[in-house]
Structure formats: structure tokens, C-alpha cells
Design a binder for this molecule. Structure first.
Ligand code: URA
Ligand code: URA
Length: 239
């Protein structure tokens, strides 16, 4: 199934870029004639922006459909819901956690348990709402008893997260906790050494900070997270 779809996408992208080349030539031609522009809906502008990149860009819905009732790793056996992620598909900031816990597995939404409530308050402290950002996790299914995700599970799941981030094209990523930070930055450096400054992930500024669940157990670390998110707010409000 996947390979014919890929071949179709490749051929389709090629055709699209031929069309956009033609269209580009035509627009330059009418500009030469003195036209100042063409009337277009916001949606058409967005579609053209994507075409202009010369490939068939995916949106979150396409990625969600491809994920489906995923059985690419063993976690499907114990999960109730795939927790894909939620929020603004054009968010400037994407927050990435570890994986769904008990509540998230039941509700199918990320960060809705106790740690999630703390995350909502942290966002509020920097004038952000859950609706304007996008919230997701490294892995999309709850590991049994909330154990750490295993390498084969991460390997099966992270391609979807990477595609989500490419579809959203945020300016900032906030990696919550060891797991998200180390996975996205492909490092074993401890979170305590990674946090507090921006790194980059595919040209996107990535700020690691402690996970809200860790803060619930270690309230003494709240100050560090406070400083991290202040730094994020300052950069966010400038762009
Ligand atoms: N912890 C996470 O890492 N992600 C969630 O969605 C909830 C708790
Ligand atoms: N360990 C974690 O897993 N996360 C943190 O945020 C800090 C320590």
C-alpha cells in the first residue's frame, strides 16, 4: 500500500512543480503588462505557498490518517487511544512531552492529567493558551504502567512527530523533559545541562526544560522552568 502511494505522491509533486513553474512564468508575464496582483482567498494563498516549496506538503490530517489505528509497535496492545496531539495547526510554538499517561490514554488528548494542568498554568504564565500552541508527545501510545518508551517504540513513532513538526513549521519547540529533549536533539546529555538555552532542530529554535511531572515531584526546580519559559516568551513575542 505505502509504496504505490509514495510513487503517486512523487509523480504528483513533480506535476505540481511543473504547473507552479508555468504559473510563475505567467504571473511574471502579466506583471510585465502592468498588473499589480490577483485576487485570491487566504486558503488559495496558503495552498500556493505550499506549492511554491515544490513538493506536496502534508497537513496534520493527512498524517493522522496515515497513522490510523497504528500497530507499528507493540504499544497498540495496551492502549485505549492513540494520542496524536492537539492545538493550533499553524502554531508558532510546539510543545513535546514524553508519552500519554493514564488520563491521556483514556481521553485521547495530550497533557490532560495533573502534569497537563501544570503545563496549562505554565503556558498561562507566559500569556499563552493551549489553543494557540500545539501539544504532542514523542510517542503516541501509553506504555504499560507508564514505563519508559523502548527504542523500537521510539523508532516506530518519531517519524510521525517529525512529520507533524514539518507540517506545522513552528518557530519554536519546547522539549519537556529528558525524553523529548534527548530524542529531538539526538544526544545523551542530561536535561539539566541542556535546559536554559536554545538549541536547534531542523532550523527551529528548541528550548529544553524540565517536564511538568518532574516539577510536581521536585517543586524546587520550578524556578529553573520559570526562567526557561521567560526566555521563550521574550523570543516568542519578538517574532
Ligand atoms: N506526560 C507526557 O509526557 N505527556 C502527556 O501527554 C501527559 C503526561
Ligand atoms: N528527569 C526527567 O525525566 N525529566 C525531567 O524533566 C527531569 C528529570
Amino acid at each position: 500500500m505505502t509504496q504505490p502511494v509514495q510513487a503517486f505522491n512523487n509523480r504528483f509533486s513533480q506535476l505540481l512543480s511543473e504547473i507552479t513553474d508555468d504559473l510563475g512564468g505567467y504571473l511574471r508575464y502579466i506583471k510585465g503588462l502592468g498588473y499589480k496582483g490577483v485576487a485570491m482567498s487566504d486558503e488559495s494563498v496558503r495552498i500556493l505557498e505550499r506549492w511554491g516549496k515544490g513538493f506536496l506538503a502534508e497537513d496534520l490530517e493527512m498524517i493522522r490518517n496515515d497513522l490510523g489505528e497504528c500497530r507499528r509497535c507493540k504499544l497498540y496492545k495496551g492502549r485505549r487511544h492513540v494520542v496524536f496531539g492537539e492545538g493550533n495547526p499553524r502554531a508558532k510554538l510546539v510543545l513535546v512531552g514524553e508519552g500519554p499517561g493514564y488520563e491521556e490514554d483514556i481521553q485521547g488528548s495530550p497533557f490532560v492529567g495533573q502534569a497537563g494542568q501544570l503545563l496549562t498554568r505554565i503556558l498561562k504564565s507566559i500569556n499563552l493558551t493551549r489553543q494557540e500552541v500545539y501539544i504532542c508527545n514523542i510517542i503516541k501510545c501509553r506504555p504499560p504502567g507508564n514505563r519508559d518508551p523502548e527504542p523500537d517504540e521510539i523508532a516506530a513513532c518519531t517519524p510521525f512527530l517529525r512529520r507533524q513538526i514539518r507540517a506545522i513549521r513552528p518557530k519554536f519547540i519546547c522539549a519537556l523533559g529528558t525524553f523529548a529533549a534527548q530524542t529531538l536533539l539526538e544526544t545523551n546529555t542530561p536535561i539539566s545541562n541542556l535546559r536554559g538555552r536554545f538549541h536547534t532542530y531542523e532550523d527551529i529554535l528548541l528550548l529544553p526544560t524540565y517536564h511538568p511531572a518532574f516539577l510536581l515531584r521536585n517543586p524546587g526546580k520550578k524556578r529553573d522552568v520559570w526562567m526557561d519559559v521567560q526566555m521563550l516568551q521574550e523570543a516568542y513575542e519578538k517574532t
